[in-house]
Design a protein around this ligand. Sequence first.
Ligand SMILES: C[S@@+](CC[C@H](N)C(=O)[O-])C[C@H]1O[C@@H](n2cnc3c(N)ncnc32)[C@H](O)[C@@H]1O
Length: 265
Amino acid sequence: MKNSNTPKLTIVGAGPGDVELITLKAIKALERADVVLYDALVNEELLQYATQAEIIFVGKRFGCHAYSQDQINELIVSMAKRFGHVVRLKGGDPFVFGRGSEEIEYAEKFDLETAIVPGISSALGVPASNGISLTQRKIAESFWVITGTTSDHKLSKDVALASQSSATVVILMGMNKLDEIILIYQNNRTDDLPVAIIQNGTKDTEKKVVGTISSIAKLVEEHQLSSPAIIVIGEVVRNASKLTAYFQEENLEDEFIFQNLNVMS
Ligand SMILES: C[S@@+](CC[C@H](N)C(=O)[O-])C[C@H]1O[C@@H](n2cnc3c(N)ncnc32)[C@H](O)[C@@H]1O
């Protein structure tokens, strides 16, 4: 292993899963890495670029963390002091529910040089690759990206706030709270608001269901969707160019009726 001597941490976003959805800057950082610490959501094919590095998995598998966050912080510092350039490779964008800022802050306390390479977050890349436009003229003027699981394991209170607006809502880490989310929308909005749930977005294993607030739970159960998945709620889902196969349009009192057709993988 090469030692570049300057202890450095580069936090790198690996994108949502498709190996081609990574930046050139990220690839260059991997090529210059002495050590790579990577998470479970990272596509392991990307590790081929780290030809000179020691590679360590620090993510969560089968529900178990390989390392605690404190251990990861310490590993970053000790590896950088020993070998030089540590690349911390994270799924999506490191600053979207990725704890990237905490790792930077810790490394700087130990005088490591730091750099950040943004990535395409699943919150943006997965809807886009399915033709869901998070904003759309006259339909959605904003979007919220919300966690379904806060640090105290609760659904974020922001879901209730967002459900009272016409914004598109993208929920990450929300599959275990789907019933709670549905109830909030039933109380604050309408049963026929469109919902898309996409698991393993942009990967070969991508799976999705599209329905409405009233039908989505049954679809998830029928087609056995689970984490990692994003939940997209809002009228923009109805217009998604790549999801038309999921809907059957019927003209009834000038409204679209969702038929919740099927699942595609
Ligand atoms: C800890 S968060 C990390 C998010 C990541 N930093 C990002 O910007 O995409 C993990 C959650 O992101 C979502 N996620 C990440 N990659 C995904 C993918 N390819 N398809 C669907 N959801 C994904 C899931 O909700 C998953 O539980």
